[in-house]
Design a protein around this ligand. Structure first.
Ligand code: BGC
Ligand code: ZN
Length: 368
């Protein structure tokens, strides 16, 4: 079997590797699900792993198979599997448990161990290959009518978790009816956050660098009923003076500078969600006294969030599905840059490195 692999921390090591065909018997207790890979999404995480900034191969292996955003079709299941059957469309979660209490109750997405195991990222092979096998627990079913969006299940899970975590934490307020939401960034995460906050009925403003004209990201945000503000357009300050400070901010720019700036705009009792994974050790200056004072006097909340477990995948899929009924055909516009087959791994990495594409994904195989 072919696979797209890297040798972290070596830089630019992306190559084609060879893997043995997996089998359902590799998974204990007859809980194995064998999946034929159809599509795999890639993102900045894959690019950073290939840049040697991040990631590690499984123990005893000198390469790591990339790909954490999976979509495929079940081929075979072990005799104890109930959740899926051959022919079903599925995605699969990313994290695998360690030994902390959170890992043991199925919440490996909030493990309290420093070492975490993530398929396609850290210490576990990913999905950029022809077939994979995993335990039923990590398999998530994608409805047939949503198969064209199945490859967005993982990114959607990350956003669904971020909003869920903020909502859970806001129960501290006893009542919370957010009315205005800001989304910072218009990559896949920013656009899916725009969509999910719009589904909750918020007045959403999506801020990003690129000008609005001829910009597919702006078109998608607006098709969800949000207001897109490019850097040449309305600034955050202008929007704040028009509509007031937001009740919720979803930060997804990948820039720590903007993550800290977001603290200056959040409304009273508001929630700020940080989701950017920022590598390196960049430092910056912030208006510390003012932010500290406003956050204390305003009872504000900051929540950092990463990764989703299978419940977040299910919430993300439910939201993708409701969005498809609410704004038909809009979400598939996120899927801008298909790569034809695993053999074109160089083109895949070049498009990621270029940084201009909204969404690169690999069409690994046709179904059947
Ligand atoms: C993935 C998450 C993962 C995170 C950190 C992101 O790209 O979507 O599932 O937890 O990287 O490795
Ligand atoms: Zn991703």
């Amino acid at each position: 079997m072919k696979a797209i692999a890297v040798r972290p921390p070596q830089k630019d090591s992306v190559h084609l590797a060879e893997l043995p065909m997996p089998s359902v018997d590799e998974i204990p207790n007859n809980r194995g699900v064998l999946v034929k890979v159809l599509k795999v999404g890639v993102d900045a995480t894959d690019r950073e792993i290939n840049e040697g900034l991040y990631g590690a191969p499984p123990e005893g292996c000198n390469f790591l198979v990339l790909g954490h955003e999976s979509f495929g079709q079940v081929v075979e299941v072990g005799s104890a599997v109930r959740k899926v059957r051959p022919g079903d469309y599925v995605s699969c979660t990313v994290r695998r448990p360690g030994k902390s209490i959170f890992d043991r109750i199925g919440r490996n997405d909030i493990t309290s161990e420093e070492t975490y195991y993530e398929r396609g990222i850290n210490l576990r092979h990913g999905y950029l290959t022809e077939y994979f096998v995993d335990d039923e627990e990590y398999i998530v079913r994608i409805p047939k009518g949503l198969k064209h969006l199945g490859v967005l299940a993982e990114p959607a899970s990350v956003v669904a978790k971020g909003i869920e975590q903020a909502t859970l934490a806001q129960q501290r307020l006893q009542v919370w009816h957010p009315g205005v939401g800001f989304v910072l960034g218009s990559g896949q995460i920013g656009l899916l956050a725009t969509m999910m906050l719009r589904l909750q009925g918020l007045d959403v403003y999506t801020f990003a660098r690129a000008p609005k004209e001829g910009n597919i990201k702006a078109e998608i945000a607006q098709a969800y009923g949000a207001t897109y503000c490019g850097a040449d357009d309305r600034s955050i300050e202008e929007v704040v003076s028009d509509v007031g400070r937001p009740d919720i901010i979803f930060e997804a720019t990948g820039s720590s500078r903007i993550a800290f700036q977001a603290m200056e705009y959040l409304g009273l009792n508001g929630a700020l969600i940080w989701s950017s994974v920022t590598g390196g050790d960049n430092t910056l200056e912030v208006p510390g006294n003012r932010i500290n004072l406003e956050w204390v006097l305003g009872n504000k909340l900051l929540v950092g969030t990463v990764n989703g477990n299978w419940q977040h995948f299910e919430q993300g899929i439910a939201d993708l599905s409701l969005a498809e009924h609410t704004w038909p055909g809009v979400t598939e516009r996120i899927l801008t840059h298909p790569i034809n087959g695993l053999d074109n791994y160089k083109q895949m990495m070049d498009l990621l490195a270029d940084g201009q594409c909204l969404k690169v994904f690999v069409d690994v195989a046709d179904e059947g």
